[in-house]
Design a protein around this ligand. Structure first.
Ligand SMILES: [Zn+2]
Length: 419
């Protein structure tokens, strides 16, 4: 007899075929029957109007800090996620010397847009090493299934300390970092994650530490997984990094390699598909490369207190060190605005590449501006007969930088190409 059966439920079985109406039977915690079948159950539920589907595996999250105070990793389970992978891009909070906690939190604030107040109040720092971090999570308990990468930037900070974001590592330091990676893998990390992406900057726009790694460091740390004999590699690459560079690291480790984030850019619409073709060729050579694409736009909420989508611009870096008053003066300065637009128009692919029609006013600070909410910067600029960047900055300055905007960009577009 089944333990439980769900009847009249719309079944989405995860194979890609459309949902269909039927029943699902479960015994001993396992799905035994799907579709139309006979058989009684201890409990029968009429699930008319509801759907059943396999839990979603979210392979790219950054819950490393949040999971220490929120074991359910909200809101992911509410959205159908039952397994999530954290530590992506190499931004973990372990390992971490107690004296590096502050910079670790401030970097997360910058690179992932997390609230510094939430991090300071929330993170449980009862660990130093990566194995201690995993032990702590296990002791506290977690809601969904959780896989943790050991992160390159944390490993680098742990060994190079204050030099982590400023210089190449010595051979001795690389050796020490490798030992930290091996220790993490042996304790249960799911792999090693890194970033080479120029938009990944920490406090004051300083590159996240892994971006300082040279080829020898990349090869040695990736290669650590060969000796361990398990785990996967993960990199967020720069837009123009050739797939062949990552294929070498994959071959060195002889482990699967996930390449993120293959997002679409309107400036170079075929690039992602070219990368996916290269990945397929690498697979034909026996190297297990996999591209991570996005089925939805990359949406980012931001205000001009810290406009993440714009902080990858080199003209923005000096702005990040200014006092609030000087920063506001610079935002109003036509020379700065021109420098930004010149850089924007240079054609280089960045987090933001000038799609003003995909940036919306999400929430205004002044009720007088409430009619602007939900409208795109492109449309609002046209009505006000200003250039979009001028419109956006003028509104931000008028509202003491408190206007919240949201950008929706980089959807990996559906394609009829074979990839
Ligand atoms: Zn990431």
């Amino acid at each position: 007899m089944l333990d439980i059966r769900f009847d009249n439920v719309t079944i989405i079985d995860g194979t890609g075929k459309p949902g269909f109406l039927g029943s699902v039977g479960v015994r001993d915690g396992r799905i035994l029957e799907v579709g139309s079948f006979e058989g009684r159950a201890k409990e029968t539920l009429d699930a008319s109007g509801l759907c059943l589907m396999p839990g979603i595996v979210d392979n790219h999250t950054h819950y490393d800090a949040q999971v220490t105070w929120d074991p359910y990793c909200n809101p992911s389970p509410l959205l159908g996620v039952t397994t999530l992978v954290m530590g992506n891009c190499g931004f973990t909070i372990a390992p971490c010397h107690p004296s590096d906690r502050d910079i670790t939190m401030r970097n997360l604030t910058q690179v992932e847009g997390m609230s510094i107040d939430a991090l300071k109040e929330g993170i449980d720092w009862s660990f130093e090493t990566f194995p201690q971090y995993l032990d702590m999570l296990e002791a506290k308990g977690v809601g969904p299934n959780v896989c943790c990468f050991v992160g390159h930037s944390s490993v680098r900070t742990y060994v190079l300390r204050e030099d982590a974001a400023t210089r190449a590592a010595t051979p001795e330091e690389v050796k020490q970092m490798r030992a930290v990676v091996v220790e993490a893998m042996e304790a249960g990390a799911c792999g090693f994650a890194t970033t080479r992406y120029p938009g990944h900057n920490g406090e004051h726009g300083i590159p996240m530490p892994s971006r300082l790694a040279d080829d020898a460091e990349m090869l040695t740390l990736s290669g650590a997984l060969r000796d361990v004999g398990r785990g996967i590699l993960m990199m967020t690459k720069s837009f123009d990094m050739p797939i062949s560079t990552i294929e070498k690291l994959c071959a060195e480790a002889n482990r699967p390699y996930i390449i993120a984030a293959l997002l679409h850019s309107h400036l170079d619409p075929n690039k992602t598909f070219a990368d996916l073709s290269e990945i397929k060729l690498a697979q034909s050579r026996g190297n297990r490369l996999y591209g991570a694409v996005s089925p939805c736009p990359l949406n980012m909420d931001f205000s001009f207190h810290s406009p993440y989508p714009l902080e990858g611009f080199s003209c923005w870096h000096p702005m990040m060190d200014l006092s609030v008053e000087s920063y506001k003066e610079a935002l109003a300065d036509p020379a700065f605005r021109k420098a930004f637009m010149d850089e924007l128009n240079s054609g280089e692919v960045k987090v933001f590449s000038g799609e003003w029609d995909k940036v919306y006013v999400a929430q205004v600070a002044s009720t007088a501006n409430i009619s602007l909410e939900g409208k795109s910067i492109a449309d609002l600029a046209e009505v006000s007969q200003k250039a979009p960047f001028d419109f956006m900055l003028d509104l931000a300055l008028e509202e003491n930088l408190d206007t919240m905007s949201v950008s929706y960009t980089h959807l990996t577009l559906p394609t009829n190409r074979e990839v």
